[in-house]
Design a binder for this molecule. Structure first.
Ligand SMILES: [Fe+2]
Ligand SMILES: [Fe+2]
Length: 220
């Protein structure tokens, strides 16, 4: 019985990924239009971070049923173990998956989770002309616009594209971003995932940083 339910979950995950990967230009425009206006309204910023504790990505086998808040703590753990002290990088870890709060709505998870791939854009043409599927990256990007440094905001927008898939579309002016931010962050984001590891850090350890660096409420 358990094995059957697990097989059904695996099949569901595959169907979500298939629907995500089949998004076309019209779907991407429709989703961008749908989320132009607030979904939750103005929410206390710390409560928003904590809402990730209710969000589970049904397609992420490396996280299993761990919440997105646990994922954020695993990312922060790996960064801190690596000696990262840059507050901007810690902030981007805390907020990069904020868009996954859409999992708490009736939106199709295929439009919220999954890795993104190129939909349109020319090799060497630069990140600015690259279009990918629509997911939590773009949602968080629109909500954090003006609240994070522009290069960190761009990182939020493209963190679901793996570095080797982004690389062909970079212009020379994007190379520093890719080398110093996108590739290192992608390693923390992807390679910290575990169904076993208990994070050493606690979310409250970052409350003061969020209070100091972010507005008290975010319209989302
Ligand atoms: Fe993500
Ligand atoms: Fe992530």
């Amino acid at each position: 019985m358990l094995a059957e339910r697990e097989a059904a979950q695996a099949a569901l995950a595959e169907s979500i990924i298939d629907r995500h990967d089949s998004q076309g230009d019209a779907d991407i425009r429709r989703l961008a239009e749908r989320y132009r206006t607030p979904v939750f309204g103005e929410v206390d910023t710390w409560e928003l971070v904590l809402m990730l504790g209710q969000c589970v990505d049904p397609t992420d086998r490396r996280l299993g049923t761990a919440s997105q808040l646990l994922h954020v703590l695993q990312v922060l753990d790996m960064m801190i173990d690596d000696g990262v002290t840059d507050e901007d990088l810690l902030l981007v870890a805390l907020f990069h998956d904020l868009g996954k709060v859409l999992l708490l709505t009736d939106e199709d998870p295929a439009n919220v989770v999954c890795l993104n791939h190129r939909v349109s854009g020319e090799p060497g043409g630069g990140i600015g002309q690259l279009t990918t599927q629509w997911n939590h990256d773009e949602f968080a990007y629109t909500r954090l616009d003006g609240l994070l440094r522009p290069d960190l905001l761009q990182l939020v927008r493209f963190h679901s594209v793996l570095p080797h898939e982004l690389e062909p579309y970079l212009a020379p002016s994007d190379e520093a971003f890719a080398r110093t931010l996108h590739t290192p962050f992608s390693r923390y984001d992807q390679e910290s995932k575990s169904t076993v590891l208990h994070p050493k850090v606690r979310i409250d350890d970052f409350r003061e940083l969020v209070r100091r660096r972010m507005p008290s409420r975010i319209e989302i």
